[in-house]
Every structure is written in structure tokens, then in C-alpha cells.
Design a protein around this ligand. Sequence first.
Ligand code: HEC
Length: 168
Amino acid sequence: MSFSKSIYRVSLSAALLFTASSLAQHDHDHAQHDHASTQGTPGHIMHERHENFETMGEAFKTIRDQVRSRDADMQAISRSAETINDLAQQLHTWFPAGTGPEAGKTHAKAEIWQNKADFNAAAERLVEESGKFVALTQTGDASKVAGGIRGLGGACKNCHDQYRVEED
Ligand code: HEC
């Protein structure tokens, strides 16, 4: 698959607009949770964190599914890569003190708060890997994009192995 540069630019800005509006839509969907009385509470922060990881998981799944499909939708891949990169940059702010296992049901391990610098480095690794992956999607070269998934997924796994409780 290859793209002419100019067509790509147009579709990329459309993709960014789409990302912005779908994020706004997402906020809207969860507006009922944004009562002033609960905002900033551990429960609220943990809920938002969960939503953000779900969004990240969906974006990663879109990338994997599209790359596997015979006719990969490079715009969807690009959009999802941007979503992951945007969220990766915020990730380190989703874990304020008091939002660990002591505060309620979560898959976040207490070790996150014991090794905050190491945890933040794992988040930074995702910022870097997802940034590299965004750049690959901008080449429009499907085989390069497919080859980049391992590095991206590796940054997710690296953190999950250490800091996320296994799903039961
Ligand atoms: C720096 C650490 C870190 C990185 C990097 C990371 N995650 Fe996670 N992820 C977590 C933690 C911690 C949880 C559990 C959060 C909770 O339960 O509050 C989690 C949970 C999730 C969940 C389940 C939703 C939830 O709230 O339980 C999904 C899906 C997910 N991550 C996807 C991804 C994907 C996809 C990537 C890479 C593109 C990624 N994560 C990268 C730490 C990370």
C-alpha cells in the first residue's frame, strides 16, 4: 500500500479532527460521572483511568486488526496510533497517591507507588514507542507499519508485566 504525500496530509488532518471529536464524544458519554462532588475523588480518578486504558486497548486492537486485514485502513491505523501517543503522554498523571488497591477495586499494583520513577520510565517508553509508530504510519508503508507493532506492544507488556494485576 502506498499513498501520495498530499493525499496523506489531508487524510491525516481529517484523522486528527476525528480523534479530537471522538475524544470529546467520549467525555460527553461520561458526563454523568462528572459531578462536581465526585471530581478529583479517588473513585473518580480510578474510573477515568480505567476509561483511558480501555480507549488505549481499543486503539491497539484497531491497529492489530487492520494490519492483519488484507486491505489495511491506514487512516484508522494512523488515528489509533495518535490516540495511543496522546494518552501515553498523560499516563503518568493517572496515578496520584491514594488511588491504589487501598482505595478500591483496581488492577494497578501497589508497586507503582513504591517505584514511581521506574513506573514513569515505563510510561515514557510507551511515549517513545508510540511516537516511533506514528512516524511509521506516516510512511504509508504497510509492511513497515506491521513490523512496528512488536515494539509498540512490547511497551504495553513491559509495564503490565510489572505493574498490572493479571486478569482473573
Ligand atoms: C506505564 C505502565 C503502562 C503502560 C505503558 C501501559 N499500561 Fe495498560 N495498564 C496499566 C495499569 C497499571 C493498568 C491497570 C489500571 C487499573 O486497574 O487502574 C492497565 C490496564 C490496561 C487495560 C485494562 C483496562 C483497565 O483499566 O483495567 C487495558 C485494555 C490496557 N491497560 C491496555 C494497554 C495498552 C494497549 C497499552 C500499550 C499501547 C498499555 N496498556 C500500556 C499500565 C500500563
